[in-house]
Ligand binder design. Structure first.
Ligand code: BES
Ligand code: ZN
Ligand code: ZN
Length: 487
């Protein structure tokens, strides 16, 4: 990443082998909750059970071997799913912190299951992630020089490992960007990063600056940007394969820092994480970086809508009316409900491309976090097929989502305004739903799904394959969804 000075993390190199290499110093072996003990530990099941290890997912025992190597017995339960294997690989890696090379012998012998191989690779790489930090000497080196995954050698399994690598690398990027402090990453900084990535990852970029946005009538993004000394950027990223099968548009909320604006957030320790209010944009950008490598058969257009949300003498005021790209007007009742204002323009532009489906992703509401907690994102939408695809992708990637009702008939009236087509907040309740109903005013008749990732954007400590800080949630979910989309 030549043009910026912010540190980016590097994933470990991933190799595959048909058996555990003789030179391996840290070896994780799968142990089921029934049947034989570990393949390489030299311990009986009874020995392990005496230490309270029953082979359940999440359990592990570290066994020093006489020759100096470390064996990690990792529980995978009775009949491990891909998700169980992703968790098991994460447990293995977290137990092997002091080693430079880690060998994972977790896939069942002779397996040709690419999803399992992908999951093991992802679990290991994602658990090994740590943010390099803005320090005197940022540590951008991978935690492990290499990961060796023992496979059957079947083509599908090798492909699964490579796909897992690509999807993890993208998640690293999303995490790095969201973890970066706001002064180190404003909309113009992100523009430099995006144009750089486009060159190496096979997608095109068009950048719209404040003058373009004025001409285009993007009143939502310009309104939110009014209080900031930093100009906004809207970027259109396009990936076009030969003879595309379908076309999906992605729209990401890129609020580089959300102070709340004139409706200033309280000076609360929690708000340090508002540097992560661009996690949706990061997920869209990261997704775009994988499509060429994964040979995606669909055309994908990504919109990332970027500004910070600041209070100042020039900031938008409560009562101001903004005219959005699609011509609809919005009365601002709370400047902290800014995400929907910028997404209104992003969604309107996406509609103009006439895609088969639109997916937006945004750290949109505290209400989504209150409803579903830190592990599950909310999904709402008008396109049942695209919601269905996302639900399947959530299952496949271990990034859970739960559908909430888009109850326009009951709740649209909460957005009624005396002076404009709508206002930007509803009442005190159902905040996740009213936010989505607001967005639906800008999606015309294109099948659309909205992901509210406010709750899932970060974790407070290491948890399985999610490492402390920004999670990059939504990256693998979107990749899986656009790869598998068919209308
Ligand atoms: N960026 C916040 C939502 C958020 C909250 C993200 C917590 C991540 C963690 C968003 O812009 C916001 O401030 N939403 C308000 C909307 C309200 C004013 C209607 C909220 O949820 O409180
Ligand atoms: Zn806000
Ligand atoms: Zn916000």
């Amino acid at each position: 990443m030549a043009n910026t000075s912010i540190p980016f993390s590097t994933p470990s190199a991933v190799m595959t082998a048909r058996s555990v290499p003789r030179s391996a110093t840290a070896i994780a072996g799968a142990v089921r909750s029934t049947g034989a003990g570990p393949r390489t530990g030299g311990r009986s099941r009874r020995d392990l059970e005496r230490q309270g290890f029953a082979g359940e997912v999440g359990q592990s025992v570290v066994i020093p071997r006489r020759d100096g190597a470390t064996v990690i017995a990792v529980g995978v339960g009775e009949r491990p799913s891909s998700g169980d294997l992703r968790d098991a690989a994460a447990v293995a890696v977290r137990n092997a912190q002091r080693h430079q090379d880690v060998t994972l012998d977790l896939l069942s012998a002779g397996s040709s299951n690419s999803a399992d191989a992908r999951a093991v690779t992802e679990g290991a790489l994602l658990a090994a992630y740590r943010y390099p930090g803005i320090t005197a000497k940022p540590d951008t080196q991978p935690r492990f020089a290499s990961l060796t995954i023992v496979t059957s050698g079947a083509a599908a399994v090798e492909r699964g490992v490579r796909e897992g690598e690509v999807r993890s690398r993208a998640t690293y990027l999303a995490r790095d960007l969201a973890n970066t402090p706001p002064a180190h990453l404003n909309a113009r900084d992100l523009e430099v990063i995006v144009t750089d990535l486009a060159l190496t990852h096979g997608f095109d970029v068009e950048v719209f600056d404040e003058n373009d946005l004025e001409e285009m009538g993007c009143g939502g993004l310009l309104g939110v940007n009014k209080g900031s000394v930093e100009p906004p950027r809207l970027m259109r990223l396009t990936y076009t394969p030969r003879n595309p099968r379908g076309h999906v548009a992605l729209v990401g909320k890129g609020v580089m820092y959300d102070s709340g604006g004139i409706s200033l957030k309280p000076s609360d320790a929690f708000h340090v994480v508002m540097k992560m209010d661009m996690s949706g944009a990061a997920a869209v950008l990261s997704t775009m970086t994988t499509l060429k490598d994964l040979r995606c058969r669909n055309q994908v257009t990504g919109y990332i809508v970027c500004t910070d949300n600041m209070p100042s003498g020039s900031a938008m005021k409560l009562g101001d009316v903004l005219t959005m790209r699609n011509g609809k007007t919005v009365e601002v009742h709370n400047t902290d409900a800014e995400g929907r204002l910028i997404l209104a323009d992003g969604l309107s532009l996406a509609v103009e491309d006439k895609p088969e489906a639109i997916i937006d992703i945004a750290t949109l509401t505290g209400a989504a976090m209150a409803a579903l907690g830190p592990d599950i994102a909310a999904v709402l939408g008008t396109g049942s097929k695209v919601v269905e695809q996302l639900t399947e992708s959530a299952e496949a990637t271990g990034e859970p989502i739960w559908e909430m009702p888009l109850e326009k008939a009951r709740y649209r009236k909460l957005l009624d305004s005396n002076v404009a087509d709508m206002r930007n907040i509803g009442g005190p309740y159902a905040g996740c739903i009213t936010a989505a109903i607001f967005l639906s005013e800008f999606t015309a008749d294109v099948p659309w799904a909205h992901l509210d990732i406010a709750g899932t954007m970060k974790v407070d400590g290491d948890e399985s394959w999610r490492s402390k800080g920004a999670t990059g949630f939504g990256t693998r979910l979107l990749i899986d969804a656009v790869m598998n989309w068919s209308a």
